[in-house]
Design a protein around this ligand. Structure first.
Ligand code: AMP
Ligand code: MG
Length: 486
């Protein structure tokens, strides 16, 4: 039913799953909510009236004070391997208010993050601080603009309440939007703590929602295979953009293939294959170069949690089918990464020596601490210079090799330029720019943030206006560090 001014058209299909998979929630009101930022283009895609985003009706929803018609607020149960350790988790500071049916007929979860305690909060306060919610808004929207599947951000509302972190900080609630929030950890929870019927209900629901074409007797193996394919594609895109998720626990891997749970993530400035930004990842488990491997590890946990559903297939056969799908993940991930790298280098076809060509470039970038994004920009436009490589004779030799490889294809300069422009972004959410925007916002100035969002909305434009935002951090900038549990 749609009887609101803003245009909510919510259903709650997740609530029709066994009640053992979630906890129903009540409103957790905050005293003096205020809208800080809202996403008009996303609102329009969702079938909401962008002109009503700043209404009291919308604010009451974004603040968790009032649920619209059709909603069934709930906290989802899930478990997960956190840095390799299995733990019971669940939405400890988020509630799903329902799924918005868009004019195009698609369903999107509408979730409030930072909206107060739930039965899964453990010792947490269920709240979120303003800075990290704005950061998630900025980075998730930038990911989407870069063409990387991601949850989206509809609004951030201040709660008017202080929360305790390292110091007292203003509280905020992020309204985030995703194809769903079903995670590998949702399956791990059902497999470990619930009945086979509950697990089956979850798997059938997931297939219907995300993989409606899957039918037939091997449907759960196919669910695994297609989930693995989406992760292969997603993680290849992360690698190609220099994105480090930072906390690839199994509870942070969405079955839909979208990037979710922005916490200690960051983009590479200078290239470093072992880059880790998270303060707690001292061992480098989730370092840039490990992401494809960890993706496979997480998928193996997903496969294990699906095994109770494969009892009608001989065990050996079930095992080898899952193994095949996992191997397919490894090879597709690599193939899609290499294809993406070729495109970044303006190459249209595949040659056996390409992998070596790509590896050599990355080695030079690592050695010279070259900026990841700007190296590819400088290759795209000979006019742009990446200073770290400019005077390196080894790079000059590599450059000749690359040009010779390009010439084998017989493409025009224009064709090559167009391909490279469309694959190498001019701008990414650089850490120092993000921090500057958050600092200004903390002082009540949202112009810096709005400007940055605007610049990041079309990252492949290579416009004059984007130029100042392409600069890496000043050399004096200390190493960037990010934090969990903010
Ligand atoms: P994350 O690191 O954001 O993926 O969160 C890991 C787990 O901790 C999830 O179960 C979250 O719901 C929970 N969590 C994180 N922050 C809080 C908080 N402030 N209060 C309650 N639970 C939280
Ligand atoms: Mg999480």
């Amino acid at each position: 039913m749609n009887d609101t001014t803003i245009g909510w058209n919510l259903q709650s299909s997740f609530a029709s799953l066994p009640k053992t998979l979630y906890a129903p929630m009540e409103a957790n009101t905050v005293a003096s909510p205020r809208l800080l930022i809202a996403n008009k283009p996303l609102a329009a895609e969702l079938g909401l009236d962008p002109g009503q985003l700043d209404s009291t009706e919308a604010l009451n929803v974004f603040a968790g004070n009032q649920f619209p018609e059709g909603s069934f607020p709930l906290a989802q149960a899930y478990a997960g391997h956190q840095f390799g350790q299995f733990t019971m988790l669940g939405d400890g500071r988020a509630i799903l208010i329902g799924e918005q049916k868009t004019p195009a007929g698609e369903l999107f979860d509408i979730q409030l993050k930072g909206s107060g305690t739930t039965p899964f909060s453990r010792s947490g306060d269920g709240r979120a601080a303003l800075g990290p919610m704005l950061r998630e808004y900025l980075i998730s929207e930038s990911m989407h603009a870069l063409g990387i599947p991601s949850s989206r951000s509809l609004a951030v509302a201040a709660t008017g309440e202080k929360i305790q972190r390292y110091s007292a900080e203003p509280g905020a609630i992020l309204t985030r939007v995703a194809s769903s929030h079903i995670r590998v950890g949702t399956f791990q929870f059902a497999a470990k703590y619930r009945s086979a019927e509950d697990l089956k209900a979850l798997a059938d629901y997931t297939i219907e929602r995300h993989f409606p074409d899957i039918t037939g007797p091997n449907r759960y193996i196919e669910l695994f295979r297609q989930t693995a394919q989406r992760q292969a594609s997603l993680i290849a895109k992360w690698q190609l953009a220099g994105f480090v998720h930072g906390v690839m626990n199994t509870d942070n891997m969405a079955i839909s293939g979208e990037t979710i749970d922005y916490g200690p993530c960051a983009f590479l400035d200078r290239y470093d294959e072992s880059a880790v930004f998270s303060s707690i990842d001292a061992g480098g488990r989730y370092a840039y170069r490990n992401q494809p491997l960890v993706g496979g590890w997480n998928l193996a946990r997903f496969a294990e949690s699906l095994f109770p559903l494969l009892s009608d297939i001989p065990e050996k056969q079930a095992l080898s089918s899952m193994q095949d799908a996992l191997e397919e993940y490894v090879s597709l991930q690599k193939q899609w990464y290499l294809t993406g790298m070729r495109e970044k280098l303006g190459l249209f076809t595949e040659m056996p020596e390409d992998e070596q060509l790509i590896e050599s470039l990355l080695e030079l970038m690592q050695e010279q601490q070259a900026d990841f994004t700007n190296t590819f920009r400088s290759l795209t436009f000979e006019a742009v210079e990446e200073p770290a490589l400019a005077n390196d004779p080894a790079f000059a030799a590599w450059h000749d090799r690359w040009k010779a490889r390009q010439q084998q294809e017989g493409r025009s300069e224009q064709e090559i330029l167009e391909l490279m422009k469309s694959k190498n972004p001019a701008v990414i959410p650089r850490n120092h720019r993000v921090e500057a925007a958050l600092e200004a916002a903390a002082q009540g100035d949202y112009e810096v943030l709005e400007k940055l969002l605007d610049i990041l909305r079309d990252p492949y434009a290579h416009s004059e206006e984007q130029q100042p935002f392409t600069a890496p951090p000043p050399p004096s900038t200390p190493p960037y560090q990010t934090y969990c549990g903010t």
